[in-house]
Design a protein around this ligand. Structure first.
Ligand code: ADP
Length: 934
């Protein structure tokens, strides 16, 4: 075992379960052995060698002042890093101990504006397992609940140490859990013991997670311990009054608190408020829907182009965080929504006042974050000055409002919500204490203002007097001793000295003691100077100590007002988010939605909030209500079905975020959930079966949606054989219409479904119109009543730049298929020549059958009639050979292709013009046909 520094390092490392250890050695934090290699690899540091006990160990270090960015980089790569700080021992030596473990979910030092959540997840069963870690009752419990069982309920806590936000809830099942995890996007998740051991749940959690999963002491999740931690933190009364009565939620909350406490970030105190929420407070928007609607990132994973990115005009980090929260957690509470809408309304129509508000807010620092830094003791003088300057904005904002239309609006109320007297007191105290522009370190001095503390003032004065004495010493000495070339200065090795030019160095008085000879001068000290120096050092030390002490007191005062700072920060964030919504509304001609009872969604000239930014958008109407609850949306590919449906969902969601909406007018009934299923791009990438995923999503919707929900289905049943698909889509429509009764928009390429409108009272058809003239298709982007029976795949291929011969040929093939005629394969002559191979396309199998014999050159009458299980729908873009939709379902009696004579007869039969043919002639022709068919 190595001894010395390396030995100490390895011993400390042994005692922590962190991945890496950074140990302070003087002015550096060092990593040794394997840790040094890892850190050097990750962060591009140089590795040197440290010898200990005859062996040499890799060593990598970072300067003290630069630890934070390195820690941040390591933690963001998923490492948990223990930090051991050095302290002086009684005997004057140095020792070290681990003071904190920095983990992704407890990293305080973040420059990023986003919230940074730590999440804990517990499920029933965890408790008993804890209570009997090895006992048989635990096994029995597991067997009873089935450890593979993914049903809930789950208790979940979300803690953001950087802002002090602490939210707790109970969720019914894994779907809800995934939705919440996707929404909060935690940097770190701590699964409780049962969850941790359940592959299915863990896999589901991991799938959606960009953060890391950490293992934490099972004991912390135990009911008794957790309840204790929660009461300790928030007070028994609070815990009772907020209604935290679910044991699962308490356990999740307790474990989160224990983890924050144990990792030692020291921010536990910033968690001032326990927010318990019920899933029913918010619109149920599952993870799939959040992704489909591209709320915070696009399907491709980019932030740019998301709804949040489009709407975000906030000027502060906290405002951005809140806006994001509003969009991802839309509300059901009409009162709250009305309040937000009133504010947006007022702000939207008061451009000048709004601009002034935003300009003022622009100077605000992130009070929630500053509060957390103050409570953890890591806030420096500049950060306290930021608190001071931000608090000063409270009266400034009121002033910006006064005399404007906003003075009477709920915006002014929002500003009155925090305790303004206490905020002013704190501001005044900081203003009286801190220098205007204090240095960022606590050791430089100059942090505090004159007049703040008499003792400090006295020290400063004495310091100044002593310095003045020194400053004028050179002049005095010159005069007194008739010396020229005298200067007085100070450096680290010599302290204060009198420097005299060589030419006059032998004229110095005898009390001058020489301390150094330089090339052109000599340095001296005198007893008097040495005494002054000692005095200055004493004063400086006392001043530094006192200033530091006073500063710490000040910081503690600020830390003690964490809750107040959070309130003020929250009010600023709200105004920023509201002003952002108003700015967007005003700049893009959005309108205030009218909130209505559930069941209505009536939009006049609605647009897609994101697509309208980049496209010359064609607005469309939509009406869903009691009598008209289910719309089947048809139209060619690329015509705009999907956009139309998404814009409906987004308008619904925006209204329930408290935002204006892109429409001329909108009446929006408050819904309890928005559910969507659209093409499963990313699941494909994850290698899961698309059809399975599609059915899981459908299943989830059919289970979760209620009469008060909005459901968007963009194709159902596409991932399976045509008849399977139609049947499923058909049955799902009936179920949604008859049982669930949710308001639904359903885009389908199964034209058959449009007939449902004739049978189900609340189903109606709409289609996205196209203009087809001269062989060209123009997308009109206009939604009209009634079904369409055409789609225009070949045209889309043309638009996409598929080579002209292919497009022309596809058009040709399509015509044949429509007419159910045989198609000859070009250029595939078996004899090796060019020209044409006669082939028969068998519509029932979707492949070419050997029908060349006797087929005429046009292929006319060769195949298909009566055999088309998969008679074609017009032009899905799929290649010939793919199973196709039946435009009219046929009985699927499989028959061999009829012979050419039969086909000729049928063709003649088809061609007969009954109006022009005499009955007697008809009779004779029928007789002739009968003979030919024999
Ligand atoms: P579909 O679902 O019918 O295949 P999409 O909704 O994906 O079609 O729309 C196809 C394209 O048309 C998209 O690029 C979209 O930007 C554009 N688009 C859709 N609706 C409109 C509209 N109302 N106005 C202008 N462009 C639109």
């Amino acid at each position: 075992m190595p001894t010395g520094i390396v030995g100490e390092f390895l011993e400390l490392k042994d005692g922590t379960d962190a991945d890496l250890l950074a140990m302070q050695c003087g002015d550096f934090y060092e990593f040794f052995a394997d840790d040094a290699e890892t850190v050097a690899d990750e962060l591009d540091l140089k590795v040197s060698k440290k010898s200990s006990h005859g062996s040499s160990y890799p060593m990598a270090g970072v300067p003290l002042s630069e630890l934070t960015p390195y820690l941040k980089a390591l933690v963001e790569r998923g490492y948990r890093v223990a930090v051991a700080d050095q302290y002086e021992t009684d005997d004057g030596g140095h020792a070290r101990e681990v003071t904190r473990v920095v983990t992704p979910g407890t990293l305080l030092e973040t420059s990023d504006a986003d919230a940074r959540y730590l999440a804990t997840v517990v499920r029933a069963g965890d408790a008993r397992q804890n209570a009997h870690p090895t006992g048989s009752s635990a096994d029995a419990t597991d067997a009873a609940t089935g450890s593979g069982d993914i049903e809930g309920p789950y208790g979940v806590a979300f803690a953001d140490v950087t802002t002090g936000r602490f939210l707790v809830t109970t969720l019914d099942d894994l779907g809800d859990l995934r939705a919440e995890l996707y929404r909060f996007d935690p940097a770190e998740v701590l699964p409780g013991p049962t969850v941790r051991n359940d592959d299915a749940v863990l896999a589901a959690v991991r799938d959606d997670l960009s953060g890391s999963v950490s293992v934490f002491d099972a004991e912390a999740f135990a009911p008794g311990r957790a309840a204790h931690a929660v009461r300790d933190q928030f007070g028994a009364e609070t815990v009772d009054s907020v209604g935290l009565d679910s044991e699962l939620a308490v356990r999740a909350a307790g474990a989160a608190l224990a983890y924050v406490a144990e990792t030692g970030a020291g921010v536990l105190a910033s968690m001032t408020r326990l927010t318990v929420y019920r899933p029913t407070d918010h619109v149920d928007v599952d993870a799939t829907t959040q992704r489909n609607l591209e709320l915070t990132e696009t399907m491709r994973g980019d932030r740019e182009g998301s709804l949040f990115d489009t709407l975000d005009h906030t000027v502060t980090a906290a405002g951005g965080r809140l806006l994001r929260e509003w969009l991802t957690r839309p509300k059901r509470d009409r009162e709250e929504l009305s309040r937000r809408l009133d504010s947006v309304d007022a702000l939207a129509s008061a451009a000048l006042a709004r601009d002034r508000l935003r300009e003022t807010l622009d100077g605000a620092y992130d009070l929630e974050r500053l509060a957390a830094r103050a409570t953890s003791g890591s806030a420096g003088p500049r950060e306290l000055a930021s608190v001071r300057d931000t608090l000063a904005l409270l009266p400034a904002l009121s002033e910006a409002l006064s005399g404007t239309p906003l003075a009477e609006s709920p915006v002014a109320e929002t500003l009155r919500r925090p305790d303004r007297d206490r905020a002013r007191d704190l501001h005044d105290e900081l203003a009286a204490a801190l220098a205007d522009d204090p240095p960022n370190t606590k050791t430089e001095g100059g942090i505090l203002r004159r007049g703040y503390d008499p003792e400090l003032d006295d020290l400063i004065e004495r310091h100044e007097t002593a310095i003045e004495w020194i400053d004028s010493l050179a002049e005095r000495e010159k005069r007194r001793h008739g010396l020229s070339h005298v200067t007085v200065d100070r450096n680290k090795t010599d302290g204060y000295y009198i420097q005299v030019g060589k030419s006059v160095a032998d004229q110095v008085p005898e009390q001058y003691r020489e301390i150094k000879t330089l090339k052109n001068s000599k340095r001296f000290v005198t007893d008097e100077l040495a005494e002054r120096e000692r005095e200055i050092l004493r004063i400086e030390e006392a001043r530094g100590d006192l200033e530091y002490e006073l500063f710490e007191e000040l910081r503690e005062t600020v830390a003690a007002t964490a809750e107040l700072l959070q309130d003020v920060g929250r009010a600023f964030a709200e105004i920023d988010a509201l002003a952002s919504l108003a700015t967007h509304a005003a700049g893009n001609d959005w309108t205030r939605p009218t909130l209505a009872e559930p069941g209505t969604l009536s939009i006049e000239a609605g647009r897609h909030p994101v697509v309208e930014r980049t496209t010359d958008f064609v607005p469309n109407d939509l009406r869903l209500d009691e009598e008209r609850g289910f719309l089947i949306v048809t139209g060619p590919n690329m015509s705009g079905k999907s956009t139309y449906m998404r814009q409906a969902a987004l308008i619904q969601l925006l209204a329930q975020a408290g935002s204006f909406v892109p429409a001329r007018s909108a009446e929006v009934g408050v819904v309890d959930g928005i559910y969507t299923r659209v093409g499963a791009l990313d699941e494909l990438a994850q290698g899961r079966s698309t059809f399975m995923v599609e059915m899981q999503e459908l299943s989830n919707i059919l289970h979760s949606a209620t009469e008060e929900s909005l459901v968007i289905l963009d194709e159902v049943g596409r991932g399976t054989a045509t008849y399977d698909g139609i049947s499923l889509a058909w049955a799902a429509t009936e179920y949604l219409h008859n049982e669930v009764r949710a308001r639904t928009l359903f885009a389908t390429h199964y034209h058959e479904l449009t007939t449902l409108a004739d049978h189900l009272p609340r189903v109606e058809n709409v289609h996205v119109a196209v203009d087809e003239r001269g062989g060209d298709v123009t997308f009109l982007r206009t939604v009209r009543e009634g079904p369409t029976d055409r789609s225009y795949g070949v045209h889309v291929a043309d638009l996409a730049g598929v080579p002209e011969p292919v497009v022309a040929r596809a058009g040709d093939v399509l015509d044949r298929l429509r007419e159910e005629k045989a198609i000859e394969a070009k250029g595939g002559s078996a004899a090796g020549g060019t020209g044409t191979t006669q082939a028969v396309f068998d519509l029932s199998s979707g492949s070419f059958a050997d029908g060349a014999d006797g087929a005429d050159a046009n292929g006319a009458g060769a195949t298909g009639v009566g055999s088309g299980e998969h008679a074609t729908d017009e032009g899905d873009t799929g290649s010939v050979g793919e199973p196709r939709t039946a435009s009219e379902p046929r009985t699927a009696d499989e028959q061999p292709a009829p012979n050419p004579e039969t086909c000729a007869v049928i063709e003649e039969l088809t061609d007969v013009d009954l109006a022009e043919t005499a009955p007697i002639e008809l009779l004779s022709r029928v007789q002739e046909w009968q003979e030919r068919l024999e």
